[in-house]
Ligand binder design. Structure first.
Ligand code: NI
Length: 142
């Protein structure tokens, strides 16, 4: 593969790649390409994988109950969850999901609406299958 870009842009890109720790320019470009393809998966409403993170105060007992209830409701897309006791007051719940984009977004919306949580974020990743070239995206175990 060979591409043409302006010298100034290439210099800036190489500097950024170095700063971000990519060993080679090729690795940096591959990273950008897969990021764009994963972004497209989410835009196309395909089967995706990701993590929903929630930070909350565990003294507010109703919050954990609501988090668990939401996961049961979306049991088809929740693969597993992990609970971490961050300190005396704060807990983090990481929920690994795989399923249709709209279901993942709906679950995230439901979790975000729980009153009293401190922070939530959806890490939008991929099942990996669409980046394999030959692999077709198919419904996982549902
Ligand atoms: Ni905890």
């Amino acid at each position: 593969m060979s591409i043409s870009v302006e010298e100034e842009l290439l210099e800036k890109f190489d500097a950024l790649s170095k700063k971000r720790g990519f060993p080679t320019r090729s690795e940096a470009i591959k990273h950008l390409m897969s990021s764009a393809l994963v972004e497209q998966e989410w835009e196309n409403g395909e089967i995706v994988a990701g993590v929903i993170t929630i930070v909350y105060d565990h003294h507010k007992v109703s919050i954990l109950r609501k988090i668990v209830d939401a996961q049961h409701r979306y049991g088809k897309i929740v693969i597993c969850s992990q609970h971490a006791h961050l300190d005396h007051d704060n807990c983090m719940e990481n929920i690994i999901v795989q399923g249709k984009v709209e279901c993942v977004r709906r679950l995230h919306k439901l979790l975000s609406s729980i009153k009293g949580i401190k922070h939530t974020v959806l890490s939008m990743s991929t099942t990996g299958r669409s980046l394999d070239g030959a692999a077709k995206i198919s419904e996982p175990r549902m």
